[in-house]
Ligand binder design. Structure first.
Ligand SMILES: [Ca+2]
Length: 300
């Protein structure tokens, strides 16, 4: 998808007989990265392929190098199906819970379930490696990962695929790490008065004139790719690969990291999320380009 535009742009500057090699190298790179190879490894492998080395003239080879060097770190969407975990993993998640498995695919924070949550349909497509989701029944279901230093990075990106039930209760929470039943430490993705809210340090308190939260209004019963971010200077929220209206919001205060567990389906105070949750990952940062690539991979 968008990532491959770089190859087409590069190819447009090359005489016709060689354009196909530039685009072809781009597709090959995309293919390697989808298989989980780091970009640097994939780049070396492609440029050493006899077919490319022999076929490309000087202009074509230069354009290919330029196109491949413009490839962002990690994977990208292409035509056809995409291996979603293969696109996520190169972005070095701190933890990555594919769900409904309790395993942490990236770190060392396995989940413990409460309430025997059921398995639901995957929120990413089967073609991209979807493997079912976790159902949050809004009665007693939750998943918990114990507090660790790794789960309290100084800056954070929290990623999840979420499908909100129309009967979710007030403050129903999908992912949070806080110790406070009044939500004044840590962070969370919470249902508040008809919106899905990404909050940091406080779910509603004003900070130096700006709110500590950003809201997005999803439709009930639909899957969304949601990312909440806290950088050194601001918070941001993305839905389906696009920054939502009202984002970013300046927030220079550091995250008031809590010693609470990381919870899915609860804020620790009994405010239960209801719906489906899938493919939850935590990063110290995630760029807008990579967020877009993750969304594209999840729906391909
Ligand atoms: Ca899953």
């Amino acid at each position: 998808m968008g990532t491959l535009n770089a190859y087409y742009t590069a190819a447009a500057a090359v005489p016709p007989p060689d354009r196909r090699w530039v685009v072809g190298a781009g597709y090959k790179l995309d293919e390697y990265v989808r298989m989980g190879y780091p970009v640097a490894t994939a780049r070396s492998a492609i440029l050493s392929l006899p077919s490319y080395a022999n076929a490309l003239n000087t202009a074509g080879l230069t354009a290919t190098y330029n196109a491949i060097d413009s490839f962002p770190s990690g994977g990208g969407g292409g035509g056809g199906s995409t291996n979603y975990p293969g696109v996520v993993t190169p972005d070095s998640p701190i933890s990555y819970w594919r769900l409904p498995a309790t395993t942490d695919s990236a770190g060392s924070s396995p989940l413990t379930f409460t309430g025997s949550p059921a398995t639901g349909a995957s929120l990413i497509t089967a073609g991209s490696g979807g493997n079912s989701s976790l159902v949050l029944d809004g009665v007693d279901d939750q998943a918990s990962a114990a507090d660790t230093a790794a789960l309290n990075p100084a800056t954070i990106a929290v990623e999840a695929w979420i499908n909100v039930s129309a009967t979710i209760g007030s403050f129903g929470t999908f992912v949070a790490k806080t110790t406070s039943s009044s939500w004044n430490d840590g962070w969370g993705l919470m249902w508040v008065s008809g919106v899905l809210r990404w909050w940091v340090n406080s779910y509603n308190v004003q900070n130096a004139g700006a709110a500590n939260h950003i809201d997005f209004t999803p439709s009930f019963g639909q899957a969304y790719h949601i990312v909440g971010i806290k950088t050194a200077s601001q918070i941001q929220m993305f839905a389906n690969g696009t920054e939502v209206p009202g984002s970013p919001v300046a927030l220079t205060a550091a995250i008031a990291s809590s010693a609470g567990p990381l919870l899915m389906g609860n804020d620790g105070a009994g405010d239960l999320g209801k719906g489906f949750i899938d493919e939850v990952a935590i990063y110290s940062s995630l760029s807008a380009a990579r967020i877009s690539a993750h969304y594209a991979a999840g729906i391909s």
